[in-house]
Structure formats: structure tokens, C-alpha cells
Design a protein around this ligand. Structure first.
Ligand code: FE
Length: 177
């Protein structure tokens, strides 16, 4: 996967998070410009839960690449990432609703974004790290490819109650352990 080489090279070159993040966005745009490479076993939906398949983990856990497979109507809770991330839409479409902390509460941080194939979205504590993501379709599967600046399945992060802002710690793991 030349995408993996691109990200490793960005990290090897060093520099600040913003530079790595921007480079990852460019590489992700290339990766999702075609939909002819994702193995079928990494594209299988689950009837109840959205799936997260680990495609690649850096040996030093500096980054990971994951396919998110959304069954019809499936969505995440409101959650954060704690590290930089780029989200490339591969197939179908998803809606991304950004939130931010305001004291104890969570408030919308701008308009919901509709991601179409080829689009790339960015998250990080630096630019906005809290959102809820949902399949834009209630009658078909959507798939996005995510790259994060850590082995995201092992990272302690948070889901939030959007009404109260209450945070609960979680570790996502992967569907393919
Ligand atoms: Fe997310």
C-alpha cells in the first residue's frame, strides 16, 4: 500500500502535527480517488454495528489505517479521537456532525458535513476533535477509510452524552482482532 509508505515518510521526516496532518490529507485524497482496492473481507457490514477493520498498524504504533463499514442507518455516538485523523470517503456517503466542549456542555461546532466519495475530512485536538458520524443512507452500505496518528483501536478516548456533555472512557478495538 503506497499510502502506508507515504504516511511513514511524513512521520520519518518529522515536523509538527499540522504538517503531518496536511500531508496525510493529501495522501488520503489519493487513496480514495479510486474504489478498486479494498478487499471484500474488509468491506463486510454487520447487521447491528458499524465495523472497524484494521488495514494496517505501524510497527511502532505511530499510525493506523482502518476501514469503517456502515450498514444502512448505522451511526456512532458522539466521540473524540485525541490524535490527528483523516477520513476519506470511499463508497456511499456519510454525515459528520461536529461538536465542541463549552464548559461542561457539548455544543454544535458548525454545520453537518456530507462526505461524498473522494472527500476527505480532518479531526484532531488542534482543529476540532469531537463529532458524530452516520451513514447518509438507510438502504445501503457506506465505507470510509480512516488514518490516525496512533494505533487508534488501543487509544483511550471518550464518548459523550450530547445532552449533558458527560464523558465516558472507551477503547474501540477492531472487528478483526
Ligand atoms: Fe470519529
Amino acid at each position: 500500500m503506497s499510502f502506508v509508505d507515504d504516511i511513514a515518510a511524513l512521520l520519518d521526516a518529522g515536523g509538527d502535527e499540522a504538517r503531518v496532518h496536511e500531508g496525510a490529507r493529501t495522501a488520503m485524497a489519493r487513496l480514495v480517488s479510486r474504489d478498486d482496492w479494498l478487499p471484500d473481507e474488509m468491506a463486510k457490514p454487520h447487521p447491528q454495528y458499524y465495523q472497524q477493520y484494521l488495514l494496517y498498524a505501524d510497527p511502532q504504533d505511530r499510525f493506523s489505517v482502518v476501514s469503517f463499514v456502515w450498514g444502512p442507518g448505522q451511526k456512532t455516538p458522539v466521540h473524540d479521537h485525541t490524535v490527528w485523523g483523516v477520513i476519506g470517503m470511499l463508497r456511499g456517503a456519510e454525515r459528520c456532525a461536529p461538536f465542541r466542549r463549552e464548559g461542561e456542555r457539548l455544543v454544535p461546532a458548525g454545520d453537518e458535513v456530507l462526505l461524498q466519495p473522494g472527500h476527505v475530512e480532518m479531526v484532531s485536538p488542534r482543529i476540532g476533535d469531537i463529532h458524530r458520524v452516520s451513514n447518509a443512507f438507510d438502504d445501503r452500505v457506506s465505507i470510509s477509510i480512516h488514518c490516525y496518528g496512533a494505533n487508534i483501536g488501543k487509544v483511550k478516548r471518550h464518548v459523550f452524552d450530547p445532552q449533558t456533555g458527560a464523558a465516558r472512557e472507551f477503547v474501540s478495538g477492531y472487528a478483526n482482532a
